[in-house]
Design a protein around this ligand. Structure first.
Ligand code: ZN
Length: 157
């Protein structure tokens, strides 16, 4: 999934927490940002492997050339480590337990749940290039984003 989708879904879940009085708007925003920032590992991995600090090159390597830049945080060892950190945060208390939980687990769910297969959708995507950045966004993900933007606006207004 693209960064926008990760942000929107985690932010939406955070906003539900705001609605029920367990979160502030800023904490919902942090949950969205955590959801988005999990993918920074792609960039770090690219910089280490290719010795290239270009965000554009790293982005295109993932989108256009399908280079696998996910690090341990996207795989089972990272899942266990983050879950242990969450367990620790749970006992410490405070909002970061929920912020990290929403951001991380929603991110992993979106990355690994096969929506296209589950919804029996065709492999169609919107392909374009903007400022040298390649985009190949599945149509269902665009629909997904529109729905979540509408839900977010509904909760905010
Ligand atoms: Zn990811």
């Amino acid at each position: 999934m693209y960064p926008l989708t990760h942000f929107l879904v985690a932010f939406f879940i955070g906003l539900i927490m705001v609605k029920y009085g367990s979160f502030t708007l800023l904490q919902a925003l942090y949950a969205g940002l955590v959801g988005l920032l999990i993918d920074v590992d792609h960039f770090i991995s690219f910089v280490i492997k290719k010795d290239d600090f270009s965000l554009k090159h790293a982005w295109n390597a993932t989108v256009k050339y399908k280079l696998e830049e996910r690090t341990f945080i996207h795989h089972f060892p990272g899942f266990i480590i983050v879950s242990l950190i969450l367990l620790l945060l749970y006992f410490i208390g405070g909002p970061w337990f929920w912020i990290l939980l929403i951001g991380y687990y929603s991110h992993i769910f979106l990355d690994y749940f096969n929506f296209r297969k589950w919804l029996r959708l065709k492999r169609k995507s919107l392909n374009f290039k903007e400022e040298g950045f390649f985009f190949k966004i599945p149509i269902y993900e665009i629909v997904f984003d529109v729905i979540f933007i509408a839900l977010i606006l509904f909760l905010l207004l």
